[in-house]
Write a protein that binds this ligand. Structure first.
Ligand code: H2U
Ligand code: ZN
Length: 351
């Protein structure tokens, strides 16, 4: 029998941030791909859509009107999943029936007044303004004694359940730390206690030497396909300096974040020449006033597309019941993304 290699043989990889394992089946990706990569239908949109509840001047649910804003605009979600004034309480007498009240604040952030744009089509200076809004919103919510975690995210594309193509993101902030960041809190703390350095700082150092999974590196950030990626083109953006939250970023680091967000999403759009859907967001330290030196700011990008603008990966069967699985390896995915042009397909002059 030949010697085990992760390029050729089925194996499991550990996600050290969550403790989860993922099954990788590289032998299956070796099947030649014969299907035509179909071009998506054009997604050209007007700069202003009178029917869009995020466009300037338009009416939202409940009869509120957006101002004639320019650039970014933030409002409290009209259908907030968490409320500030709900009563506190618990159900904890029976270990099998545990419930606890949860409060919070949910916001929607319009990235631009221009309905036709998406992040990869925006100018870097305009994405930079979105970074500032995230920092301001984070600081404001973090200073609220009832808010102990701030989840900043972007849900992009109808395929991800996004209700509106107007460029926007959301922030849900809560009184407790949600499941995913809670898992990462635990693993990063354990790592920091043993090594005295952040888990992601050490991971990034190793990845920058190896280079197989690196996509983009700028002054202060790196975009890569994590070793333990589950989604076909899943990526992470990690700050080179271990900072606990987005508000701790320097001016120059904020510039770098805007730059890498743009460059990564351009690669994504160029992959299937379609506005590439994903759920993306930041993971950062809890905001309960304590110090979290183990926490290392990063973003996750979870895109569902697999082979073309319409063929998505399903998380079904074995994945729902046993463990996530992928065919194309993280290294192959990184290679594909790295090889794509840095100019957005709509702006390529040879098209
Ligand atoms: P998506 O990013 O998943 O499309 O969600 C947009 C949010 O906008 C969604 O959380 C909110 C929804 O509650 N919304 C408003 O706050 N006001 C509206 O008038 C419509 C939608
Ligand atoms: Zn709009």
């Amino acid at each position: 029998m030949s010697k085990f290699s992760i390029e050729n043989h089925p194996h499991k990889r550990l996600n050290p941030l969550t403790g989860d394992w993922i099954l990788v089946s590289p032998h299956r990706a070796k099947r030649p791909w014969q299907g035509q990569v179909e071009k998506a239908v054009s997604d050209e949109r007007p700069k202003y859509d009178p029917a869009c509840y995020l466009c300037p001047g338009n009416e939202r649910a409940g009869g509120k009107y957006n101002p004639q804003y320019q650039g970014t605009f933030v409002f409290t979600n009209d259908f907030s999943a968490l409320l500030t004034d709900s009563p506190e309480g618990k159900e904890n007498e029976d270990p099998l029936f545990q419930a606890t009240s949860e409060t919070g604040i949910c916001k929607v952030i319009c990235f631009s007044d221009d309905h036709s744009l998406t992040i990869p089509e925006m100018e870097v200076e305009d994405i930079r303004k979105v970074v500032d809004v995230w920092c301001e919103q984070f600081s404001e919510l973090a200073s609220n004694p009832r808010i102990n975690y701030v989840q900043i995210f972007e849900n992009k594309g109808a395929i991800m359940g996004c209700s509106n193509p107007h460029p926007h993101g959301q922030i849900w902030s809560s009184s407790s730390v949600p499941t995913e960041p809670e898992k990462e809190s635990k693993t990063q703390k354990e790592y920091f206690e043993i090594h005295g350095t952040t888990l992601l700082g050490d991971y990034l150092k190793a990845e920058l030497i190896n280079k197989d999974r690196i996509l983009i590196e700028n002054k202060h950030f790196v975009a890569l396909v994590p070793y333990w990626a589950v989604w076909p083109f899943e990526t992470m953006v990690i700050s080179k300096r271990p900072v606990q939250n987005i508000a701790m970023l320097t001016i120059s680091e904020r510039d770098s974040l805007a730059d890498i967000y743009r460059k990564l999403t351009i690669k994504y759009d160029n992959l299937f020449e379609v506005s590439f859907a994903y759920s993306a967001g930041f993971h950062q330290a809890p905001t309960d006033g304590k110090d979290y030196p183990e926490w290392h700011l990063h973003m996750h990008f979870y895109p569902p597309l697999l082979r073309s603008s319409s063929v998505k990966k399903f998380m079904v069967g074995y994945e729902m019941l046993a463990s996530p699985q992928r065919d194309i390896t993280a290294e192959q995915a990184a290679q594909r993304l790295r090889d794509l042009p840095d100019v957005h397909y709509k702006k390529q002059t040879n098209k």
